[in-house]
Design a protein around this ligand. Sequence first.
Ligand SMILES: Cc1ncc(COP(=O)(O)O)c(C=O)c1O
Length: 368
Amino acid sequence: MTNKPIPVNTPILSGNELKYLTECIETGWISSEGPFIQKFENDFSTYIGCEQGIAVSNGTAALDVAIAALGIGSGDEVILPTFTIISPIMQVIRSGATPVLVDSCIDTWNMNIEQVAQKITSKTKAIIAVHIYGLPVDLNPLLDLCRSRNIFLIEDAAEMHGQTYFGKKVGSFGDISTFSFYPNKHITTGEGGMILTNNLDLAERCRKLRNLAFEPDKPRFVHYELGWNYRMTNLQAALGLAQLEKIEEHILKKREIGRLYQEGLKDINGFQLPLEKTKYADNIYWVFGLIAESETLKNETVSKLNAHKIGTRPFFWCMHEQPVFQKMGLFQGESYPIAEKMARCGFYLPSGLGLSSPDIDEVIKVLK
Ligand SMILES: Cc1ncc(COP(=O)(O)O)c(C=O)c1O
């Protein structure tokens, strides 16, 4: 039995984090008014290849603002995968729009584009492409669908910093895209998020909505609509800038973790491993997931790993099976068999940037 716990995630904070944070303390810039925020917005948006960056307090806030800024509301339909974290669907529902779900593909674990095409109606206002676990959604067919029908594409790239689609950065394809900087992400700000777009008007709307919908050109404290306080602090942006300096190193590390797991687990029976690559992308392994052939095998395996102090996390639970939405009368009688199987039988292994090779060897040994 291992003595040392192997957590499911440990971030690395080994660059200029302390230096930039100290600068915040010494200058007193600790709120959202500090100079690091705009620099982080500029540097991250440039890195991804977008003209405008709007830093916010987390990835969920980024989605809330992006969806509101596009004017999505009552009478609109928004298509998204059932297999996702709850974040992309919440503002769709709160806005009064109707969420329309699609199943996943069993090889890439991403949304099924053929089902997206089948579910488009004259009311479809947006499609949310949630890039899942390490491979991007196949974006070209989705872009064709959106362009031909005047539908907005929102990319939820919370897990995809630095991933590319046919060589171009994920998060630069949508009308608007969102990122998270939670500590299990490729770069972190503790809590944090960012919205990216090339549309200046949309960016200005997002800036207003994240800041209590203050009107830039009208008297202060007089409001014409509701927004949020979703501002990022200078302290968070300081962390983000230091992390961004290391992003390529972090991506290499994630891919090395993925390679070692693939190599060590290639002969394992009863589990589906993540796809190493598709024609448009190499896996970036935000997390290294496994799908067991049965729920029993998953439960037994997770118990065994946890007994060896090895951290795991279950896969997302489908939106159409969420008690909160069933109570609202949503998705009655709907079924998405692939996503249901992934949710029941999937889990992920320790995948954080702080993971060492001996840790990975230990996880593989226990799994086998
Ligand atoms: C796909 C996806 N979207 C949104 C989020 C929400 O980000 P946050 O935790 O920063 O609110 C996450 C978080 O992991 C995510 O994986």
